[in-house]
Design a protein around this ligand. Sequence first.
Ligand code: SAM
Length: 291
Amino acid sequence: MAVIDGKWCRMESEEMPYSDLSFGIKMEKLLHKEISKYQEIIVFKSQLFGNVLVLDGIVQVAELDEFVYHEMMANLPLNCHPDAKRVLIVGGGDGGVAREILKHPSVEKVVVCEIDEKVVDVCKKYFPKLAESFSDVRTELVIGDGIEYMKDQSSAFDVIITDPQDKIGIAEGLHNEGYYNSMKRALKPNGLICSEGKDMYFELSFVKRLMTFSRKLFPKVAYGYAVTPSYAPGHIGFLLCSTNPNTSFKEPLKTLTENEMKERKLKYYSSDIHRACFILPNHIKEDLYPD
Ligand code: SAM
């Protein structure tokens, strides 16, 4: 849970790294606080970060750098797929990943499966630039558990993005082999997945576990990262898997021109950033790519 202490909001959680670390942000104003059926939801305004959404003591979105995570979660898989038409996002009730997906002309349908309707309501009010994706005719919002939803899907999506930000509580089941198996079944031929891949320092053993079981299921698996000051480790990872053995995550199939980047208002993602995000420090590479 977050601890509101005078002007400070301190992220504290049972989940690493916040179980051993307190990450505090000074608040200008507390905008919202409630306990929904699933989690504690806090929104506050901060001078440094803008509006910030905190769920169960973990920062999910901050206006300062939300575009980093959302652009990467959308563009890494979509620019490695030749023609993604149907995309599923599990979690992501803020609408940020959907907003970036909808910028891709090939996309005909985006399903957002979010367990907590209250997150969507709060984001519509305090993060309207993210939640605007919910009013696009191509977006379908399903309120429900992504684990159950996935079990019912078969050859339905070109790309599946899992955007939970936590690894305990309601999101725990989104990080195990059973769920990855369901995603594989839900993909169309040559489909791709992109999951939030935690950070490389505090969560390396967790990332290794994800990569180990993913390699049993998918012929191509890769890990990249991006710089995100609003998440305590300062960066966040992305796990990408493809059912197509010819996929090369490190070299996007679709590269973007300067004009395309301007039209899509991309502030972080570029084709160069795409290639660079998979270049890992030696000590991490040795752990994640032992062969
Ligand atoms: N986009 C954010 C970011 O920048 O990091 C993170 C997304 S955040 C809004 C994660 C969402 O996943 C939460 O709204 C949470 O309710 C949802 N979620 C967690 N477990 C889920 C599950 N099992 N099924 C569907 N949604 C889930």
